[in-house]
Design a protein around this ligand. Structure first.
Ligand SMILES: *Cc1c(COP(=O)(O)O)cnc(C)c1O
Length: 418
């Protein structure tokens, strides 16, 4: 649609054309494999360069095209492709650009399963993957080699929320002829304009904010003109398809994306600030906090923040950790994020090749949902209090209490809280 409308308006009107569907406001769920042609001439006319079989359900229906058109417009790219999951969008975007003998630079803060794919599959195919410090910026120049084909960025990074200097990294990558592929899920297309910052392919795990209701899995990869032919050819060769029923859910979720993101952003920052002041919390990882190491870059490059961040608890006993998670009433313990409901996920120490994770306390990833903020803060407060009390009730009886450094003994924690 016309690009002079503001993004919040385009969110409501992009990717739909009621006149094509009997006046229905939403593009319907178009299911199908075979698409018949009435004449031989029309059948022949449907062939596209390089693909004589383009008129087939595997290449998408009107529902697929509606989402792909809408995503290309929202991301500000040339064209988009949908994939059956966010991870599939990441892995296929990687496979579309590399061949045996190539070198790939990947941020050390990358989403865990993308890291596993690089370590397990790309290396098996003869592609060398090297992890770099997410805060490297223009210093990535030193890591570039003649055969560096692709630089993978994710900002902020999964689990640790490090902000990357995407324009500086992109400039170096392009000088060396490499493509820049970004996992842009955290910010959504609303809060980070990937193509304006030099990215060639922007990936959304649509499962998260775009779906917004925790009821479907999907990925979208959007390319600029330079990267599009390779992305498209690579994806089509693998024969991945995505269900039109699920695509319908993404299209529906997108209509309210801006309103939801506004609330996730606001409540997320409020809860992060609350946790920052709390005596049971060692530190909070959220780029919108002025004290965060990535704050200046976030402020320069992003239009907002989502509701996903992390915090580190002081080192606790097992009994205290159990008390904390089991006392939460509004924050579910579960994977994924971006739905309407709040989540608190206990995370293992993040795997890092460059700068190992050193915090002793439990890392907790929080997705702040759309509940009333006051209720969320009260829930978090009572769970932290329950953790503190768990230490007081059973001093020294927890089986792993010896794992707690003396300066963080249960009694010490109590003093901090009460
Ligand atoms: C969840 C997630 C993915 C993968 O999405 P799925 O749909 O679960 O496969 C990729 N990147 C990031 C940053 C994610 O959080």
């Amino acid at each position: 649609m016309e690009s002079n409308f503001n993004i919040d308006t385009r969110l409501l009107h992009a990717g739909r054309n009621p006149a094509s569907h009997g006046g229905l406001v939403n593009t319907p769920v178009c299911r199908g494999s075979t698409i018949v042609a009435p004449t031989l001439q029309e059948w022949e006319a449907r062939k596209t360069p390089g693909n004589p079989y383009a008129s087939y359900g595997r290449f998408g229906s009107a529902t697929t095209l509606a989402l792909q058109d809408m995503m290309a417009e929202l991301e500000g790219g040339h064209r988009s492709l949908v994939f059956p999951s966010g991870l599939a969008a990441c892995t296929h975007a990687l496979l579309a650009f590399v061949r045996s003998g190539d070198h790939v630079l990947m941020t050390d803060s990358v989403y865990g399963p993308t890291r596993s794919f690089a370590e397990d599959v790309l290396s098996r195919l003869g592609v060398e993957v090297e992890f770099y410090d997410p805060t490297i910026g223009a210093g990535i120049r030193q890591q570039m080699r003649k055969n560096t084909r692709l630089v993978f960025v994710e900002s902020p990074g999964s689990a640790t929320f490090d902000i990357q200097d995407i324009p500086a990294i992109s400039a170096q990558a392009h000088e060396h002829g490499a493509f820049v592929v970004m996992d842009n899920t955290w910010a959504s297309p609303l809060f980070f304009k990937a193509f304006e910052h030099g990215v060639d392919v922007s990936i959304q795990a649509a499962t998260k904010y775009l779906v917004g209701h925790s009821d479907a899995l999907m990925g979208v990869a959007t390319a600029n003109e330079r990267a599009w032919p390779l992305l498209k050819a690579g994806a089509h060769d693998f024969g991945q398809t995505t269900s039109p029923d699920d695509i319908f859910l993404v299209l529906r979720g997108l209509r309210t994306l801006s309103l939801r993101m506004q609330r996730h952003w606001e409540s997320g920052v409020r809860l992060a600030k609350f946790l920052q002041q709390h005596s049971m919390v060692e530190r909070v990882l959220h780029p919108a906090l002025p004290e965060d190491p990535g704050h200046a870059l976030w402020k320069r490059d992003f239009q907002g923040a989502s509701g996903l961040f992390a915090f580190v608890l002081l080192p606790l006993t097992r009994a205290q950790t159990i008390a904390f998670f089991n006392s939460l009433k509004l924050f579910g313990i579960g994977l994924s994020w971006g739905g309407f409901e709040s989540l608190a996920l206990p995370m293992d120490a993040p795997k890092r090749a460059v700068a190992p994770w050193t915090s002793q306390g439990q890392l907790v990833r929080v997705h702040v949902g759309l509940e009333d903020y006051i209720d969320l803060e009260a829930d978090m407060a009572q769970a932290l209090e329950a953790a503190a009390k768990a230490a007081a009730r059973k001093p020294g009886t927890s089986s792993d209490v010896s794992a707690v450094p003396p300066q963080h003994s249960a009694v010490h924690l109590m003093e901090n809280v009460l």
